[in-house]
Design a protein around this ligand. Structure first.
Ligand code: SAM
Length: 317
């Protein structure tokens, strides 16, 4: 277990229908958000326990104004190997170069559709801003820029092929992600769930998918295929249909309000914020992280009629 995903805010400037329930009012109070100093302290202690890879996420991490300083401070911690960022890309264009200069190494950008209307229907946002963010990320020469697309039947399946062509054209890996039950129970239904197998069939009608079993891009569970003719590299992330999904799980999450969540698909969380604020000594903090490692479940519960407690925006993607 060497990978910690840190949500630095539960706020987001988009409203993706699979991530934040419509009319969501469950925002954490600002005073309950961890400060940059508190986050850096957790990272330092986590590095001492063997964590090596960190990803800043949210909500939308780029709505927080101190993100560049946070990256810079993290990058200076000895033993830390990699800092990544997950973003919707809409605010990336003006920030990309400063983030790169501060020590950010990899960026994952959500892109569920290229068609502006479909993109807006899913996210309520503006795809032109995301495309500008992608161009800026490429120009800033991050070590890796990946595109993430959540699959939804009847919503963006006709966008899959245009996304593949876009990924090939820009030389960026595209990851297709199965919808997980993380907003309301009715977001994940038989009707709108598009399994990876079917997405593969859709792409297979246009190109040949060649498995890349040795291709590891980053630290996640994606299985990669090269599309022979387009040259696109497509990763498939199937938390719902891949029964071996959890076997190689190497990560835990820290929520913006300071809870350690050992597994995305399990309600268990351990409060770290109180310890952070009550104790100047790092020992108790270390003990909380070690306890979280001890209780990490072997498997998620998404297939067991899981009912989301906190939505994805509050947990951190
Ligand atoms: N705002 C950033 C973004 O858009 O990437 C970071 C946070 S977002 C929660 C991180 C990732 O989680 C995104 O790739 C998003 O598509 C994915 N995600 C959110 N809700 C999901 C769900 N219900 N099922 C599958 N993936 C989901």
């Amino acid at each position: 277990m060497d990978y910690l995903r840190i949500s630095i805010t539960d706020r987001c400037n988009e409203r993706c229908l699979y991530c934040m329930p419509e009319g969501y009012k469950g925002w954490e109070l600002q005073r309950d958000h961890l400060s940059a100093g508190e986050i850096i302290r957790v990272v330092r202690v986590a590095v001492g326990l063997g964590f090596r890879k960190f990803r800043l996420t949210g909500g939308e991490p780029l709505v927080r104004s101190d993100v560049v300083e946070m990256v810079r401070a993290m990058a200076a911690i000895p033993g830390l190997e990699c800092i990544g960022l997950s973003t919707n890309g809409t605010r990336l264009a003006p920030a990309a170069q400063s983030l790169r200069d501060a020590g950010l190494r990899t960026v994952n950008i959500s892109l569920d559709a290229l068609d502006p209307q479909i993109y807006r229907r899913i996210t309520h946002g503006d795809v032109a801003a995301v495309l500008a963010g992608i161009r800026a990320a490429v120009a800033a020469r991050f070590e890796r820029v990946k595109l993430n697309c959540v699959l939804m039947r009847g919503v963006n399946e006709q966008e899959l092929w245009p996304l593949v062509l876009f990924a090939a054209e820009h030389g960026l890996p595209l990851r297709l992600i199965e919808l997980m039950p993380l907003t309301r129970t009715d977001v994940l239904t038989e009707k709108n769930f598009l399994p990876l197998g079917e997405a593969m069939q859709i792409l297979g009608q246009r190109d040949e998918l060649i498995p890349q079993p040795d291709r590891k891009l980053g630290h996640g569970p994606a299985k990669y295929y090269l599309l022979q003719h387009t040259g696109a590299l497509v990763g498939f992330i199937g938390a719902m249909t891949n029964l071996h999904f959890c076997e190689a799980c190497n990560k835990m999450r820290l929520t913006a309000d300071g809870k350690i969540r050992p597994c995305l698909g399990n309600h268990g969380e351990i409060d770290l914020r109180a310890t952070l604020r009550d104790s100047r000594d790092d020992g108790p903090l270390r003990a909380v992280l070690q306890e979280a490692l001890r209780v990490k479940p072997l498997e998620h519960q998404f297939r067991d009629q899981y009912s989301p407690g906190r939505p994805m925006t509050a947990i951190g993607g």
